[in-house]
Design a protein around this ligand. Structure first.
Ligand code: NAI
Length: 331
């Protein structure tokens, strides 16, 4: 039995989390959930959106499944998601982008692994105003963090039988910061001659991914490019409703959907639970419950292929609950 923290999250979070927890239970997952509150519910109680005790709990268990948390745009409190990743040193954000059976997509046979550095770059939160007319954000790139994420990408490539790692950058313009990222990845790549290494400028990559995503395999990127490019890749395979992710550190891992709290869909019961479900599958694989993970995936794929109770974002007329029931029915 594994113990894991469960944060249901904001907006559509509680609806999709309930569906996912029921599916895992039905599949026989050996997980004891410890529910914790973060995000808007904490703000309403005058607390930090990612309270210290929640961080301590995740750190003690080493494992969490997290629903999306809302971050106000341009004002208000700092992102609880970014704070969590930094506080727990969850330095690698792993975002696979693959087609799912029966889900309409812009491209077929996409199989990309996005490895995003998760602790620094423009997300370090170092920004200030310069008088009333300007504002400055610091893009922090360090050699240790860049080498660490490169190690993760190459080790992942070897463990999962991948062929190539591409370093993504804009070192033609940001010669020092992105230059250091590129140099660090290249230094690590030399240690892994069995994996092909190359590099690509981020704007060119975006165009190439839309035209020929099959030219890429594992992508390793600084934080901001990783965030943007992984949404693009989610768009290639069916949208944000189907894209999972893992935030992984030395001893702790937090799994979540790539998407946010989608406030305009909240409370309607129609949100797609697949992204969080696939994140839960990553969690199961992480704690070596491969058999249960396989069972969940098989039932999900069958449900998708038979287009049973699909949520509206996938063109169906089902809802979160009926879709979850259709998956459980196949177990
Ligand atoms: P979003 O990902 O929440 O939603 C964008 C659009 O994608 C939605 O309007 C909806 O049409 C679609 N969508 C997303 N998830 C879906 C699902 N499960 N089922 C069906 N449709 C889905 O992005 P947005 O609107 O930019 O952000 C809303 C809030 O979420 C913001 O406060 C943002 O900061 C936060 N956020 C949190 C994340 C996290 O907790 N890791 C990640 C991204 C955003």
């Amino acid at each position: 039995m594994n113990e894991a923290v469960l944060i249901r999250g904001d907006g559509i979070g509680p609806e999709i989390a309930d569906a996912v927890v029921s599916i895992l239970e039905k599949a026989g997952a050996q997980i004891k959930w410890h529910e914790a509150i973060a995000g808007e519910a904490c703000i309403e109680r005058g607390k930090d959106p990612m309270p210290e005790e929640v961080l301590a709990d995740i750190s003690a268990k080493g494992l969490a499944l997290k629903g999306p948390l809302t971050t106000p745009v341009g004002k208000g409190y700092r992102s609880a998601n970014v704070a969590m990743r930094q506080a727990l040193n969850l330095y690698a954000n792993l975002r696979p982008a693959r087609n799912l059976p029966g889900v309409e997509s812009v491209k077929e046979n996409v199989d990309l692994i996005i490895v995003r550095e998760n602790t620094e770059d423009l997300y370090a939160g170092i920004e200030h105003k310069i008088g009333d007319y300007a504002a400055e954000s610091i893009k922090l790139i360090t050699r240790p963090a860049s080498e660490r994420i490169a190690e993760f990408a190459y080790r992942y490539a070897i463990a999962h039988n991948r062929k190539k790692v591409s370093a993504v950058h804009k070192a033609n313009i940001m010669k020092l910061s992105d230059g250091l990222f590129l140099e660090s990845v290249q230094n690590i790549g030399v240690k892994y001659p069995q994996i092909e290494s190359d590099d690509v400028i981020v704007d060119n990559l975006c165009m190439q991914l839309v035209i020929k995503p099959h030219a890429y395999d594992v992508l390793v990127l600084p934080n901001l490019y990783g965030d943007i490019v992984s949404d693009l890749c989610a768009g290639l395979v069916g949208g944000l409703g189907v894209a999972p992710s893992g935030n992984i550190g030395e001893n702790t891992a937090v799994f979540e959907a790539v998407h946010g709290s989608a406030p305009k869909h909240a409370g309607k019961g129609t949100a797609n639970p697949i992204a969080l479900l696939l994140a839960a599958v990553m969690l199961l694989e992480h704690c070596e419950q491969q058999e249960v993970a396989g069972k969940v995936k098989q039932s999900l794929y069958q449900t998708l292929q038979e287009k049973d109770s699909l949520t509206p974002d996938l063109g169906g007329q089902g809802n979160t609950k009926t879709f979850a029931q259709a998956i459980m029915h196949r177990m």
